[in-house]
Write a protein that binds this ligand. Structure first.
Ligand SMILES: Cc1ncc(COP(=O)(O)O)c(C=O)c1O
Length: 392
């Protein structure tokens, strides 16, 4: 018997499984594969966060079901972080919700706010969970083109009048995956004005908010006056504090949306383990020195990679944040063909840009999630490959 819902059956194919298959074959043949595909930090969770978890995990009172919307200490820590970092006041009880990672929040947000066939504007290129989340919720994702000639900001004028009118939800993500694009507050001011004019809820995914370089500070959409009437922002501890496996994040902003998602979640999950929420609170109320230290490591890797790629003639902009570098494929290749060639001939995994939407075609994404030595080794292999037939 094989019962699979149409929603699952009709999901777009997962491009990474094909790469995984090739990787296994190469490794079985003895190739030392360098994986620059996975966007997950390789650095450990800082000790002070692990210590709090260990301490709290000993206490029986922490072994029970948590309060659905998140324990007060965690929600207050999120509010504290917004006040200190962005000078934004949030009511921890009504404007903050704990998530089991922001991916969970994004996917469930769709189910909490969409009706069947509702239109959702999804950045193209963008994090694939946005469109799969819309599909699973029965909505209709419409690509919101990002401008490659202007820092990958949204091109609202490329949307049809009908899509603008029908849209119920719009997603944005800065610092961005996969483009590594960063913005100033005016991009969010424009987004809020657009959302207001067309009665759209804006969900900003701030998963890389604290991984920024050379003095750049990423703004929060909540800094736009009146933002909470039209917007929510999703945050994650995964990247900033190297806590991917812990599954902890949050959503802040519009009360009605927070309430809708909290209601859905109270029927689906029972919240994250209390010690993980407490450790998350410790992270968010810390002096953020650990984040600065880790960002500096990513920045050094980025510089090495950027300089190496430039010297080979690749089209690449220097990122001001994230753990990614977004690179143009050499002339004559599609994204998929170039990524396959890199894997087969050089044993280097990168993510083909088309995995992130049709406007990702012509690019590939490199994750800065390996040591500088491994990145240098990958560059060397790329150099040899470019020398082989003059591309690059
Ligand atoms: C843009 C973006 N948003 C959200 C997430 C999910 O993060 P989390 O671990 O909080 O679910 C990721 C993870 O790769 C991401 O790249």
């Amino acid at each position: 018997m094989e019962y699979v819902s149409d929603a699952i059956r009709n999901l777009p194919p997962y491009l990474f499984s094909e790469i995984q298959r090739k990787r296994e074959k190469l490794e079985a043949e003895g190739t030392d594969v360098i994986d620059l595909g996975i966007g997950a930090p390789d650095l450990p969770t800082p000790d002070f966060i692990v210590d709090r978890l260990t301490k709290e995990a000993q206490l029986p009172e922490n072994h029970r079901y948590p309060i659905y919307s998140g324990i007060s200490e965690f929600k207050e820590a999120v509010a504290h972080f917004y006040k200190k970092h962005y000078d934004v006041e949030l009511d921890p009880q009504t404007e903050v919700l704990a998530l089991i990672g922001s991916k969970e929040g994004i996917a469930h947000l769709m189910q909490a706010v969409l009706n069947p066939n509702d239109t959702v504007l999804v950045p193209d290129p963008g994090y694939p969970v946005y469109s799969t989340g819309v599909h699973l919720a029965g909505g209709r994702p419409v690509p919101l083109p990002l401008d490659p000639t202007n820092g990958f900001v949204p091109m609202y004028d490329k949307l049809s009048a009908s899509d603008k009118e029908k849209a119920r939800l719009m997603l944005l993500n800065y610092p961005g995956n996969p483009t590594a694009a960063t913005v100033t507050l005016d991009t969010f001011e424009e987004a809020i004005a657009f959302a207001k004019a067309h009665h759209i809820l804006l969900a900003h995914d701030a998963a890389y908010d604290l991984i920024t370089f050379s003095g750049y500070k990423a703004p929060s959409v909540m800094q736009v006056p009146g933002a909470r009437d039209y917007a929510v922002e999703l945050g994650s501890l995964s990247k900033s504090f190297s806590m991917t496996g812990w599954r902890i994040g949050y959503m802040v902003g519009n009360k009605a949306t927070i309430n809708a998602l909290a209601t859905l979640k109270s029927n689906l999950d029972s919240g994250q383990f209390i010690p993980i929420q407490k450790a998350g609170a410790t992270a968010l109320t810390s002096d953020l020195d650990s984040v600065k230290k880790y960002s500096h490591i990513y920045e050094q890797r980025m510089e090495a990679l950027y300089n190496g790629l430039r010297s080979m003639g690749f089209g690449v902009e220097k990122p001001k944040g994230t753990i990614f570098v977004w690179v143009k494929v050499p002339d004559g290749y599609t994204s998929a063909a170039f990524a396959s060639r890199l894997l087969e001939k050089a044993g280097v995994i990168v993510t083909p840009g088309n995995a992130f939407g049709s406007r990702g075609e012509g690019y590939f994404r490199i994750a800065l999630s390996v040591s500088r030595e491994r990145l240098e080794e990958a560059l060397e292999r790329l150099r040899n490959l470019s020398g082989e037939d003059g591309d690059g």
